[in-house]
Design a binder for this molecule. Sequence first.
Ligand code: ADP
Length: 367
Amino acid sequence: MAYLTLHGINKIYPNGFHAVHDFNLEIEKGEFIVFVGSSGCGKSTTLRMIAGLENISKGDFYIGGERANDKGPRERGVAMVFQSYALYPHMTVYDNLAFGLTLQGVDDDVIEKRVISVAKILGLSDYLERLPRELSGGQRQRVAVGRAIIRKVDIFLMDEPLSNLDAKQRVTMRSEIMQIHRQTGATTIYVTHDQTEAMTMADRIVVMKDGYIQQIGTPYDLYFSPVNMFVAGFIGEPPMNFVETRIVNGVLDIPNNPIDLNRFADRQVIEEYEGREVAFGFRPEAVQLSDGEAPENCFALLSKVELVELLGDNTNVYADMYGQNVIFKVDPHLSPESGTGFECYLPYDGVYLFDKQTEKRIRLKAR
Ligand code: ADP
């Protein structure tokens, strides 16, 4: 059995709202798992059930093979970091860090050693005598993380710990949290609505929507093999483009953009979807430009440029593909001009197809 097992977990709040449906997940010791999804999809509720702060309405939760549904938060050996720092305002950084251990009756000299070592890991050594109000947002969040890791627990639970920080601090804290994870080896479950955080931090990501798991996988899996339109559109920035079309004689019927599936997709798939409505998906960054011959194993995509957004490291081109909006992410040196026709090339393996009805991905090749 895995280290943590969530088996058929459901949450129905007292008001009758069914917030989490049939959540199944096995987590190995030391993994860094990220729950990601839009606000209200049930991430925090699931995390709080794991923490023991919210009871499990239905299903079984195991820690190290032992059923833990009825164990209190302390017995579970978890430490949680919240979005709000929840520091004691009248206590110094030292006392904030030491507080949990003091409550547990740990000897003062042991506490001192642990505080000094945690402060060093988090770059707080020079701030131990300060009060929280004398710290920056990033430093406060570090103290909050420090209070969790000082307890030397096996499981860290983090609920949007970076959302009060500015963009730069978030990037710094992101790598610090990952470093702490490497140092402590603690199994970590991290909740965020930010797909970039999920992609950069996770060993595996759990994508949720409306209380249901959509997909579980590595960042690579989710990016290259999304199971449905929701995951395809949620992971990646800017999101995947979707162009509504239908399949006619094995070709996507987009004016002047005939994507001929016969060139690379399995015959069986083409026959099954012939005449049906589908969404053609492709990632903004999957296209190539060429000022000479068309590259091999690519389809030409024609559109009209509406807006060019220069971002420095790349340029986003907002374009109209015969009545449908698409975005291309291209080399800034090759940016086209607004109002002009735009031709770029999409490799065969950059073509995604989704069933319009079910929104599920259509596998173009049996791999
Ligand atoms: P997330 O963390 O993904 O933003 P939450 O787990 O906080 O989402 O909430 C999931 C859903 O459950 C939301 O629709 C929220 O309004 C609802 N919810 C959260 N707490 C309660 C509660 N105590 N009673 C009823 N509904 C709740």
